[in-house]
Write a protein that binds this ligand. Structure first.
Ligand code: FES
Length: 256
């Protein structure tokens, strides 16, 4: 059940200049991979809360983590939060990847930038599943520990491929160029920048592979009440927050 709770920040862990991880105690409905929370510090000059997919949920410790990339005022504010500061969390919201995952099989998970986070949560949620993880970044990481912190549970996948557009520690290039045989997977999930997801959609369509993408939109309420996040899908208008955020790739129009 969706809750709106004021939580204290347990830990704020900077990973690189761009990424950081926020951890909260969450002793309420367990979130599933692909679902998200609306996050807003009580002491905030930003009007609207921000949506973040879960990166890690620890059922024993009752903690939830979010991997956040700094971009704009809202995330800068979150970056400066100190342990113990109060933050309003509303969630878990939206549908989840498991709604589209066959009971058994082989799945490729393709994440770009902070889009790796919800897919990493799926690896943790289904430890017996055969996952092949593809993670693409704009900038490579200087330290392997930084890359590992950002990949989180994705490191438990059967295979992990990491690319960066500027090389760094990773393979140089776009992550979608390293999925050589999409047809070898029963299903492919994607989450990340629109260009990456469009390339993934095309790659899957060419080989008739089921593909599901986690979409972003401008979220205001996050609970389906304001229609601010409406997406124009092949089957009609859908609210990204309530009907998604995970949709079949064939439904999504990338406005080319
Ligand atoms: S953000 Fe209000 S309906 Fe989706």
């Amino acid at each position: 059940m969706v809750k709106s709770i004021v939580c204290e920040l347990k830990q704020n862990s900077p990973v690189t200049e761009e990424y950081f991880i926020l951890e909260f105690i969450w002793d309420h409905a367990p979130p599933k991979a692909g679902q998200f929370f609306m996050v807003k510090p009580l002491r905030s000059v930003v009007f609207l809360p921000r949506p973040f997919g879960i990166f890690e949920y620890n059922a024993e410790q009752k903690t939830v983590k979010f991997l956040i990339a700094k971009k704009g005022k809202g995330t800068e504010e979150l970056f400066r939060l100190q342990t113990g500061e109060k933050v309003q969390l509303t969630g878990p919201l939206g549908n989840c990847f498991a709604d589209f995952l066959p009971e058994t099989g082989k799945a490729a998970l393709v994440g770009g930038s902070a889009g790796v986070a919800p897919l990493a949560a799926l690896v943790a949620e289904k430890p017996d599943y055969q996952f092949y993880f593809y993670a693409g970044f704009k900038k490579g990481f200087r330290e392997k520990e930084q890359e590992n912190a950002i990949l989180g549970s994705a490191l438990k996948a059967k295979k992990v491929v990491v690319t960066a557009e500027d090389g760094g520690n990773a393979i140089n290039g776009f992550i979608t160029d390293y999925i050589f045989e999409p047809e070898s997977y029963d299903v492919i999930f994607g989450c990340g920048p629109l260009g990456m997801m469009n390339a993934l959609k095309k790659k899957c369509a060419a080989k008739n592979v089921p593909c599901f993408l986690s979409m972003e939109s401008r979220f205001a309420c996050g609970v389906g009440a304001c229609n601010g996040c409406t997406l124009h899908l092949a089957s009609g208008m859908k609210r990204c927050c309530k009907d998604g955020p995970v949709f079949p790739a064939g439904e999504i129009n990338f406005n080319e």
